[in-house]
Write a protein that binds this ligand. Structure first.
Ligand code: SF4
Length: 357
């Protein structure tokens, strides 16, 4: 349904949506597809068109594809993201980020195998119940965040065990989706290391921050910038309780503010570099290095020009600026050799283990 000359994430997204629609589990007369649209210079603007084309090919063009965008590319009469939906979305993303921070930090060191996963499963149920209930309030959200972090923090781990910490950065889909990155977190853990995956809410803040930069430097609408500035503050506010608890904990550390990440990136790439993951990808690598995670896998989808510029393209400069950084770029696409990916990751890990010794 989608031509394979497009970038890998667009193939995966369109394929997964078509797979679901054609699974027979849904009434296709009562179905709509929601898709984000960045409005930037890469294919992330075109997923909506890809999906519409695929639906047309399957004879299902009556299924509406609703674009979620900040750039006023398409209006969607009949569908509005209201405050309640936005709040639930922020809560869900914040919970997911805490899971990544806590689970990946504890699982490789746990004394009783399965403890971290048990805590994860317990909190997944509680979080689902909370985000789907009527009127999920901020005080309860804050309390859940604090309790969840404490629960993970009290898992018994081998404190004397030293493992290399490996950051995962890259294109947003390949970075987070186990389907797209061949289960990279589990691979890193199976090889005896700890995976560190930065927050997805940082990426949302990056999208907001870009609009502010554009209004200040490229003459775009100030009103959009004001809304986006508020978006950054709302996310910061929603993360406040978790931030404090992560700081107070014995094993975790809190996220770095988006303005700080922009400062990290700016000596290397311009903040005007906003296509794909743009300056944010470079900034995340610097953030990881600053927090002591010098081993990094930079996931690069095949066919993605923007992230080759701000990912692979800056590695040489990062190595020069931060001696001891051990960064490897790995290409992902449907035809990429898994053996090749594994070899490159193992090579990076062997350097990481040598440095640990
Ligand atoms: S950032 Fe790269 S992989 Fe992602 S949509 Fe754009 S071109 Fe495709």
């Amino acid at each position: 349904y989608v031509n394979n000359d497009a970038c890998y994430p667009s193939l995966i997204v369109t394929g997964q949506i078509m797979d679901t629609i054609l699974s027979g589990n849904y009434d296709t007369d009562r179905l709509a597809v929601l898709m984000s649209q960045t409005g930037g210079g890469c294919r992330a603007t075109n997923y909506v068109a890809f999906i519409r084309r695929a639906l047309k090919k399957a004879g299902l063009e009556h299924i509406p594809v609703i674009s979620i965008n900040l750039s006023k590319i398409e209006s969607n009469p009949g569908f509005h993201i209201n405050l309640e939906m936005a709040v639930r979305l922020t809560y869900a993303a914040a919970f997911g980020d805490i899971f990544m921070r806590c689970l990946y930090r504890m699982r490789p060191y746990e004394l009783n195998k399965g403890d971290s996963e048990r805590v994860h499963e317990k909190w997944k149920k509680i979080c689902r119940k909370f985000v789907t209930k009527k009127f999920p309030g901020l005080p309860e959200f804050n309390r859940l965040c604090r309790e969840m972090i404490r629960d993970f923090d009290s898992i018994r781990i081998d404190e004397s065990l030293k493992k290399p910490r490996v950051g995962i950065v890259g294109e947003i889909l390949v970075k987070y989706s186990p389907t797209a990155n061949n289960d990279l977190v589990n691979l890193i853990e199976a090889e005896g290391a700890e995976a560190v995956v930065p927050d997805i809410l940082d990426f949302m803040q990056y999208c907001f921050y870009n609009q502010i930069y554009k209004a200040e430097n490229l003459g775009t609408q100030k009103s959009t910038a004001r809304i986006c500035s508020m978006g950054i503050r709302v996310i910061d506010h929603a993360r406040k309780a978790a931030f404090k608890e992560l700081k107070r904990s014995r094993h975790f550390y809190p996220p770095v503010p988006i303005r700080e990440i922009a400062k990290y990136a700016s000596p290397i790439v311009s903040i005007g570099n906003q296509t794909g993951e743009g300056w944010f990808l470079t900034g995340e690598m610097v953030e990881l290095i600053h927090s002591g995670v010098k081993n990094i896998v930079c996931t690069q989808p095949f066919g993605c020009l923007p992230n080759h510029v701000v990912g692979k393209g800056v590695i040489k400069e990062l190595r020069r600026k931060y001696p001891g950084s051990n960064i490897v770029a790995i290409d992902y696409d449907p035809g990429a050799s898994e053996v090749n990916q594994l070899n490159r990751i193992k090579l990076m890990l062997s350097t990481a283990f040598k440095k640990l010794a």
